[in-house]
Every structure is written in C-alpha cells, then in structure tokens.
Design a protein around this ligand. Structure first.
Ligand SMILES: *Cc1c(COP(=O)(O)O)cnc(C)c1O
Length: 360
C-alpha cells in the first residue's frame, strides 16, 4: 500500500488513523455483526454514534446550549437556498462576495428576496478580504452572509464583519474545525464536511435556536426546513449515516490531538513553512494579500502557465497530488487541511526548491 500526499481542495485528505479504524470496523461494527452502512438509523448502535458525534462536536467547538447542531444532506450548495428560505423573514439579506462560493450563495438568495451585495473583492480576482468594519448594512436585513474561508482563492477573514446587530451567517466549509471559533458571534455556521472533516454527503449546520422557526418562505419543502430537522434531532428521514459516523471519528481524532487550539497551532506551523518559502522563492509566488492568507488553501503561481503545468505534472509523479489550481483561476493550490501531516508540507517545499533550482 502506498499513500500519496493529497493536496486536494475537496473531497480531501482524512486522518489515516480514522480510515484504518473504519476499515477494521467495516464488516462488524462493535459486535453488531454488520457494517455501519447496513444498520438502521433508528437502531441503538446508530443512535449512540450520532449522539456521540454531536456531543463531541459541541465539546470541540464549545457550542452554547442555545444552538442546534444539524447533520444535513445536499452539500454546502443546498444551504445557499435553505438559508434564505428559512431566514429571510423580511426578504432582505446582505452578502459580502469574496469568491465563487459567496457569489453562488448571493445569486441563489436573489431568487428569494432582495439580496444586497454590500462588499466584494471581485475587482482584484478575490485576492483579498474587504474592510468590513463599517459596511452599509441594510436596516431590515434578516442576516449578513459571508464565506469565511475562500477555498478557491485562499483568503480568510481574520476579523468577522461588523454586522451592526444582524445575525451573521457563515459558510465555513473549508476552515471547519481548523481553529477555535466563538460560536456565539454567529447566527448560523455551516459547512460541507468533505473539505476538513469527513466524506462528501454531510453538511453540518450550527444554528442559533431563535432563528429556527415555522415562519419560512411559502413553498419551502419540508426537507428544507431547519425546524423539521431540529425537532427530529437530524433523524427526520434517513440521514447520511455512514458519513456522520466518519465525522464522529474525526471529532474523536481532533479531541485526542488536543482540540482546536492545538489544531490551530499545528495549522499555523504547517502554513508558515509554505508561505515563508513562497515569500523567498524567485520562481513561485503566492497570489493573496498577506494579511488575508488562509491557513487551509494556499494558491501560488510561477507566472508562466506552461511551467505551472510542468510543475503540477512532476509533483504528481513524485507523490504530491491534486496541486492544480481551481479551473477558474489556474496556477497551483495546496490545500493543507487538518489531516495533512507536517511532513507532507515539508516534503512539498523541498520538492518545490528542487524544481526552482532546475527551472528558474
Ligand atoms: C466546496 C465548497 C462549497 C460547495 O460544497 P458542495 O458540498 O459541493 O455543495 C461551498 N462553499 C465552500 C466554501 C466550499 O469550499
């Protein structure tokens, strides 16, 4: 067996320990004589899995009691519609557009009401986070929306926007559990898990209770109401059961690693190795304004498309895979999520130095 260093933006690398454990439990989960995949979501064994997963996530993120944790399906993209359907009581919301994902969420919200683009960094291909300290927040906005870590462009909010009292809704798909967060500053925190937590197919939404009501937009399907999932503890219908089980294992792995403060320290150390090199390299350079750099997604270029392609190809042959940048931006991107070991980044930088020596 040989594992590569997988720098994919998502679905992405998972902790090897978790994969091994899941493999061991594949045919017989704890004496049940079946795989978690084959088990009723109403069984005692599964009830324990989903309840422990929620409890561990609550502990890791220090989630206050007045927030619900929902395990949902449909990808992060489904939330682009679910959020306005459930939250747009006045049919007004403010969006800060810092990349493709925020833009898609904004466009989806336009279907349901008056979505205002109150700030954007599109003028410089989303290479920075705009100043959000004093934005023209709409008087009657139901919420203010951000994408906190921009997976494609590699930017991250270091300070949350001043929402002037409006609930903040944040897509944290690509920075979920990468560092501690103060949940109480948000109305909704949500993310697809396939970037930093588990297998595609699960979306976790952490929602302040007062935002979960029957008062949704007319025509909202039952399955898209937060309340139905909250009232049924994410078991209204069959949840993405196996995916949640893997997420639960990752939560336990994170706890064993020392929780989110320890993860932040580790992620900063990893990212620094790569950014320090990008800052000194004569061949490669980072594409993001320094103060807005993401710890998770690191885009870089040589400035020459052919050389970029050569690098991606040679890196893959050397065991560093999925370094090609997003199809909309080109260049390279190294996604260095929680489960990417520090050796992976050290070895990548060593490889980049070699490539630079041969190609500069
Ligand atoms: C990947 C990603 C999405 C889309 O996720 P899907 O699960 O494919 O819908 C949305 N937002 C962010 C920030 C992402 O990184």
């Amino acid at each position: 067996m040989s594992r590569v260093y997988n720098f994919s933006a998502g679905p992405a690398v998972l902790p090897e320990e978790v994969l091994r454990e899941a493999a061991e439990e594949m045919l017989d989960y704890k004496g049940t004589g079946m795989s978690v995949m084959e088990m009723s979501h109403r069984s005692k064994a599964y009830e324990t899995i989903i309840q422990e997963s929620e409890a561990d996530l609550r502990e890791l993120m220090n989630i206050p009691d007045n927030y619900k944790v929902l395990f949902l399906q449909g990808g992060a993209s489904q939330q682009f519609a679910m959020i306005p359907m459930n939250l747009m009581k006045n049919r007004v919301a403010d969006y800060i557009v810092t990349g493709q994902w925020a833009k898609k969420a904004y466009q989806e919200a336009c279907i349901y009401g008056k979505a205002n683009k109150i700030a954007s960094s599109e003028d410089k291909t989303f290479s920075y986070i705009p100043d959000c300290s004093d934005l023209p927040i709409s008087e009657d906005a139901d919420y203010v929306y951000i994408c906190e870590n921009n997976t494609i462009y590699g930017t991250k909010y270091k300070t949350l926007p001043n929402t002037k009292g409006k609930p903040l809704v944040a897509d944290v798909s690509s920075c979920f559990l990468s560092e501690p967060v103060d949940v109480s500053k948000y109305g909704v925190i949500y993310g697809g898990v396939q970037k930093n937590i588990g297998p595609a197919g699960v979306v976790i939404a952490i929602i302040r209770e007062d935002l979960i009501t029957e008062d949704v937009l007319p025509g909202t399907p039952t399955m898209l109401k937060y309340k139905i999932h909250a009232d049924n503890a994410s078991l209204y219908n069959t949840p993405p059961a196996y995916g949640i089980y893997i997420c639960g294992k990752v939560f336990k792995w994170l706890k064993a690693k020392g929780g989110l403060s320890a993860m932040k320290e580790y992620n900063e150390k990893k990212a620094k190795i790569l950014y320090d090199y990008l800052d000194e390299s004569r061949l490669f350079k980072g594409t993001v304004r320094k103060e807005d750099r993401s710890l998770m997604n690191v885009p870089f270029v040589t400035g020459d498309e052919e050389l970029d392609a050569k690098f991606v190809k040679e890196a893959a042959a050397a065991g560093f895979v999925n370094l090609k940048g997003h199809r909309t931006v080109g260049g390279m991107r190294a996604s260095i999520y929680n489960a990417m070991p520090i050796e992976g980044v050290e070895k990548l930088v060593a490889f980049m130095k070699e490539f630079e020596a041969q190609n500069a």
